[in-house]
Design a protein around this ligand. Structure first.
Ligand SMILES: [Zn+2]
Length: 193
């Protein structure tokens, strides 16, 4: 991972060249999960260019926000009622609510073709973790080494994955940590006890 970062970092910015999928993912996270939620073009640009840069980045942000149906609905709502929407509730603790997503089928780097992206909802800090594959045991192991070891266990982990994967992930994770799972009905049809 460090080799990859050294290669693509320039002046503290991760330069994204022609990975449109990755650009869209990053844009999605920054725009949708900023503290205010669905920030405007300027704010989204500010947040994104704290860490990343690519050519025509502002054009892409404008097009992205113009096609965001939540922003468009919010615009209509604001115009109709002439008042601001309430901001999303602000979280108190780091790494308690996190989002896990995957960018898959990237060009191979040392045989790695996937990246697991783990984002802290409060700080927007993220870990980009290289993966050989997206199978539950590997993902759980990488999660333990790269996330749990640093930040302990989160209260809420939102996956962009089907329920079967999420359930198996929790099962594997809790077995590794030797703790008993109490999954909410959101994740599982019933808790373990
Ligand atoms: Zn939006």
């Amino acid at each position: 991972m460090s080799d990859l970062i050294q290669q693509v970092y320039y002046q503290n910015h991760l330069i994204i060249s022609d990975h449109n999928k990755l650009k869209l993912k990053l844009l999605h996270y920054v725009h949708e999960f900023s503290v205010e939620g669905h920030s405007d073009c300027t704010k989204t640009l500010d947040l994104l260019t704290c860490q990343y840069y690519w050519l025509w980045i502002y054009d892409m942000i404008q097009r992205f926000i113009a096609s965001c149906h939540i922003c468009q609905q919010s615009k209509i709502f604001k115009e109709a009622y002439n008042e601001l929407l309430k901001p999303l509730s602000v979280l108190k603790w780091r790494w308690k609510n996190i989002i896990v997503d995957f960018v898959i089928e990237l060009p191979s780097f040392n045989s790695y073709t996937n990246i697991m992206i783990v984002v802290d909802c409060l700080t927007k800090m993220r870990h980009l973790i290289l993966c050989f594959n997206i199978i539950v045991s590997s993902v759980a192991q990488l999660f333990l080494i790269n996330v749990w070891k640093l930040h302990n266990l989160s209260d809420l982990i939102v996956f962009d994955k089907e329920m079967q994967f999420i359930s198996a992930f929790w099962d594997k994770l809790t077995k590794c940590l030797q703790i008993k799972a109490h999954l909410s009905t959101t994740f599982h049809s019933e808790s373990d006890d």
